[in-house]
Design a protein around this ligand. Structure first.
Ligand SMILES: [Zn+2]
Ligand SMILES: [Zn+2]
Length: 264
């Protein structure tokens, strides 16, 4: 089995389009690429229901969409027999994470991605930001602590792009990867192997092989596609990478219950 459990529901012009019609080209691309199941994971901060959680203008400006409309589109696609799952890419909301989890609880999620983009009020993946303010090792340490807290919260099923901080080619230390691996293993959260990093300055998969070697977490696969053409992008290499690092199964989620299926 091959899954792509990270993508954003957009139309062919890359516009936000939370409709069943927009789901279809993603399903079609998955079929062409031999991906058995896809999961939609819109950013949590695109929804007006979460507006009060974000202190950052970039997020607040995007809280225009209705969470029910998004959920209904994916649920309807499932009802029509498309091989899709309902997910959400949920930013770590720090001390308000429990409150955010309550807002999300009534919806029929198959899985929730835990995601850290913001560290100390700066986007880690939009430089120079924090990289201009702190030593590189300190930025990495803050990122690891924030993502570890997200893992340990128990609110998430999978950690997305779990070493996003290497986006510009600055890598974490072995100790930092070990700290993250310990948090992951204690929490039972799965890790995503994301091909999005190949399209970023670092030009590598997320995460570094060290994280997979230090942790025993199960894995999913992720393109982080923001357009249908990228579904399943570079998955051959991602699957080989998973196998090379001791994974021969993939996590599949239904209603936030995980099971392991043979990989491939
Ligand atoms: Zn992300
Ligand atoms: Zn994403």
């Amino acid at each position: 089995m091959i899954v792509d459990y990270h993508m954003h529901l957009r139309n062919e012009r890359c516009g936000i389009d939370h409709t069943v019609g927009a789901v279809e080209p993603f399903v079609e691309r998955a079929r062409e690429r031999g991906v058995d199941e896809i999961g939609f994971t819109e950013h949590v901060y695109y929804f007006e229901q979460t507006r009060s959680f974000w202190p950052w203008p970039y997020y607040i400006e995007r809280c225009h969409f209705d969470l029910d409309t998004y959920v209904d589109a994916v649920v309807e696609a499932k009802r029509r027999g498309m091989p899709v799952k309902l997910g959400l890419e949920v930013d770590w909301a720090g001390e308000r994470a429990d409150e955010l989890a309550e807002v999300l609880a009534p919806y029929p999620w198959d899985f929730l991605l835990g995601s850290v983009h913001m560290v100390d009020d700066h986007a880690i993946d939009n430089g120079p930001g924090l990289w201009a303010e702190l030593p590189e090792d300190e930025v990495w340490q803050r990122y690891v602590e924030t993502l570890s807290a997200a893992a340990r919260s128990g609110h998430f099923d999978v950690l997305s792009h779990p070493d996003l901080a290497k986006i510009y080619g600055v890598r974490g230390s072995d100790e930092q990867y070990r700290e993250l691996a310990d948090a992951v293993d204690e929490s039972g959260v799965a890790l995503e192997i994301s091909t999005a990093g190949l399209r970023k300055p670092v030009a590598e998969l997320y995460p570094d092989a060290r994280l997979l070697q230090l942790s025993s977490a199960p894995v999913t696969f992720a393109s982080d596609a923001h357009e249908p053409v990228l579904v399943g992008e570079d998955f051959e290499g991602a699957v080989a990478f998973a196998r090379a690092n001791g994974r021969d199964t993939v996590s599949v989620f239904d209603g936030r219950v995980r099971r392991q299926e043979p990989l491939g």
